[in-house]
Write a protein that binds this ligand. Structure first.
Ligand code: 5GP
Ligand code: ZN
Length: 114
């Protein structure tokens, strides 16, 4: 497997402020936050992009979304509103090729996104 930054965060080779961890996923602060709250939620399983997920990953993908909702409540952004984003491939802005969702909150968001 090629070097993967998020696998290195999972193995603690690269430090991160991990705010959540379970058997399937972890969440940590984004190093370059785009909102007052900006967390990255990743599966422990290395899946490069959403395109690479299969039916076998259905529960895992659901778990990432439910984790985002749980964290949003803990961070007190659930009622005001938050955004959950997956950038798939370079044209959508993906820069780390280990599937992840961004949880963003604490400010007003516009639509459509840039
Ligand atoms: P993407 O652009 O692939 O959707 O999201 C990758 C995210 O990872 C970006 O928001 C970027 O700021 C974040 N990121 C990149 N390198 C690091 C790092 O070393 N540590 C942490 N905590 N986040 C990172
Ligand atoms: Zn990885």
């Amino acid at each position: 497997m090629t070097a993967c930054l998020f696998c290195d965060i999972l193995s603690k080779k690269v430090p991160a402020n991990i705010i959540y961890s379970d058997d399937l996923a972890i969440a940590f602060d984004d190093i370059n936050p785009q909102a007052p709250q900006h967390k990255i939620i990743i599966p422990r399983k290395h899946i490069p992009t959403l395109n690479d997920a299969t039916a076998e990953d259905s529960a895992l993908l659901g778990h990432l979304l439910l984790t985002a909702a749980t964290l949003a409540k803990q961070l007190n952004i659930a009622d005001t509103g938050y955004r959950v984003v997956n950038n798939c491939n370079a044209g959508a802005g993906q820069t780390v090729f280990h599937l992840h969702v961004h949880l963003l909150g604490g400010r007003q968001f516009i639509w459509p996104p840039g």
